[in-house]
Ligand binder design. Structure first.
Ligand code: CA
Length: 418
């Protein structure tokens, strides 16, 4: 599919993240506008609150955009999702008869502050990238036992916290926690010294379910995708994770990019999961291409200095699709809700520059990275700004996610000091 031209000329550039083919959904405010839903188009945002109030968008009897989150639209289900996308495409297409109505509803993106695009109902994070799991397993258990015995049969995950999911641009405070260095007999309560990023994609559930659903039903229930950085305190994690998995190591923050890229926009970029070592049980069998060809990158900028690209990989490196993860999540009868967020797990490719965490890039801290600025890193330092970016590459256009960024703040004074 080629570029779909828009009368918003900035949307026709080959390197904008937001051509008419994309139409991602976010929430923004300006000095004069309260937080509200918006749609990114080129370097502008269409004000959905105003569009609905003025009758330019009129899909349902009850208003959808009188609230600053996209859950109300998601609740309407796929027929309304499609109707909205079609209407937006008509309004913004080159030659649209409605241009005069829509033009006053556009806000320059540079004047806007972004907010969380949805109310996250619950957050589950998976461990479903084979290269990542192999790298981490090799570090901790040796190459023979790198993948746990269940890994090739089920997407492993844990239930995280919706309360710590934040939008891109939110500063990240270095946490304190209980750690135990292998060199010491007893644990200590200290600021994390091995604070890390995890490059992931987040899938947003748009249709509720109450009982087991198939992979196809799960794929249909996914509304869209965001970039996701699952900030991780490796030293807290190493001490706490057995036998119930990560807890406080993952509870400081998880950042997401501000624009929900819809499954509809990503449709031309579907790609199959990798070759299977074991046939999956029926409830997890692949039924079609359910990953996406999305180029991903991570940059690190030390305080006040230029950014260095530290990792480049692609979402197609995942072993399990979000649809398989969602189907697996439902097998127990676990109710899934509109607004649930599923983290893919860290995405790493087969080679060193494709590793999606500093744990892997510095091989457990043993091989420091040298940045373009000459600085070296094993884990994150105070003042570092991490930026994830991603896009699917079309013919003369791209479906971009914008960026997912966060800056490390120093730990507070000892919170328990008497
Ligand atoms: Ca993770």
């Amino acid at each position: 599919m080629p570029l779909n031209p828009s009368w918003v000329t900035s949307a026709n550039s080959a390197d904008t993240d937001f051509p008419l083919n994309n139409l991602p959904y976010g929430v923004f405010s300006t000095d004069t506008l309260d937080a509200r839903c918006g749609v990114a188009i080129g370097d502008m945002i269409l004000d959905m609150y105003a569009a609905e109030e003025q009758g330019v968008i009129d899909l349902t009897d009850e208003p959808l955009f009188d609230v600053p989150f996209w859950n109300e639209l998601m609740e309407q289900g796929p027929a309304v999702w499609t109707a909205l996308r079609n209407r937006l495409t008509d309004l913004l297409a080159d030659g649209s008869k409605d241009r005069a109505l829509v033009e006053p509803l556009l806000v320059p993106m540079e004047d806007a502050t972004v907010h969380m695009p949805l109310v996250v109902s619950e957050f589950t994070d998976f461990y479903a990238g084979r290269h990542h799991a192999t790298n981490v397993g090799t570090m901790f258990r040796g190459p023979e036992n790198a993948l746990p015995p269940n890994w090739l049969h089920i997407p492993i995950g844990y239930n995280g916290r919706a309360s710590s999911v934040v939008v891109s641009g939110t500063d990240i405070r270095r946490p304190w926690g209980q750690l135990k260095s292998p060199d010491h007999d007893m644990p200590a309560f200290l600021p994390s010294r091995r604070f890390d990023l995890e490059l992931e994609m987040g899938a947003i559930v748009g249709m509720a379910s109450d009982g087991p659903i198939s992979v196809d039903e799960a794929d249909a229930a996914i509304f869209g995708y965001v970039l996701l950085n699952d900030w991780s305190a490796r030293d807290i994690q190493a001490w706490e994770y057995q036998p119930l998995g990560p807890f406080q190591a993952k509870a400081t923050a998880t950042s997401i990019s501000p624009w929900i890229v819809t499954k509809a926009a990503l449709e031309p970029f579907r790609t199959p999961t990798p070759e299977r070592e074991f046939e999956h049980l029926d409830h997890l069998k692949d039924t079609g291409p359910m990953l996406y060809d999305i180029d991903l990158s991570v940059t690190l900028a030390p305080d006040g200095k230029d950014a260095t690209t530290i990792a480049e990989t692609n979402y197609r490196e995942m072993y399990y699709s979000a649809a398989q993860q969602l189907a697996h999540h439902s097998t127990s009868g676990c109710p899934m809700n509109v607004g649930d967020l599923l983290g893919s797990g860290t995405i790493s490719g087969p080679t060193k520059p494709e590793r999606g965490s500093l744990l892997e890039l510095s091989w457990g801290g043993k091989e420091p990275l040298t940045l373009d600025t000459g600085d070296t890193r094993t884990f994150l330092e105070d003042g570092d700004t991490l930026t994830l970016a991603g896009h699917a590459k079309g013919d003369g256009y791209r479906i971009g996610f914008g960026t997912c960024t966060g800056t490390m703040l120093p730990a507070l004074e000892d919170p328990y000091k008497r």
